[in-house]
Write a protein that binds this ligand. Structure first.
Ligand SMILES: Cc1cc2nc3c(=O)[nH]c(=O)nc-3n(C[C@H](O)[C@H](O)[C@H](O)COP(=O)(O)OP(=O)(O)OC[C@H]3O[C@@H](n4cnc5c(N)ncnc54)[C@H](O)[C@@H]3O)c2cc1C
Length: 96
């Protein structure tokens, strides 16, 4: 099971058997980038952080941005979220 504190990269890792992954039809992975590409903002990671950043940059500021996802959109913690409203927690301290 992928753990960002243990595994070096999310590429080719299986989805966690989350509610999301077992109830939604997941889209097919897109082809890797090739050649030279241009964008004003390249966002690494298609979780809540990356997708909302892209959404607001595009919708509020009309900025050309692209999300680069190593696995599939929703692969990471965002698709495993339990839905509780938390003020911030984690296994790493704030300094880390
Ligand atoms: C089981 C579980 C339950 C949770 N429950 C709650 C909850 O109830 N309430 C709450 O507030 N929070 C909860 N959280 C925490 C919350 O889900 C995360 O803080 C949040 O989803 C993080 O979003 P993110 O977009 O920053 O990261 P992620 O959703 O992890 O997205 C990061 C993305 O980046 C991609 N990526 C990583 N490296 C690269 C790379 N080199 N190149 C391209 N792509 C890359 C990954 O594949 C992944 O898709 C939970 C987390 C887990 C794991």
């Amino acid at each position: 099971m992928y753990d960002p504190l243990v595994n070096s990269h999310p590429n080719n890792q299986p989805f966690a058997p989350s509610y999301w992954a077992t109830t939604q039809a997941l889209g097919a992975a897109t082809a890797p980038l090739s050649g030279r590409q241009h964008t004003d903002v390249a966002i690494i990671g298609g979780g809540y952080t990356g997708l909302l950043t892209a959404y607001y940059l595009a919708s509020e500021f009309n900025i050309d941005c692209h999300v680069l996802e190593a696995n599939q959109v929703g692969f990471g913690a965002s698709a495993r979220n339990a839905g509780f409203v938390l003020k911030g927690s984690g296994r790493l301290g704030y300094a880390a």
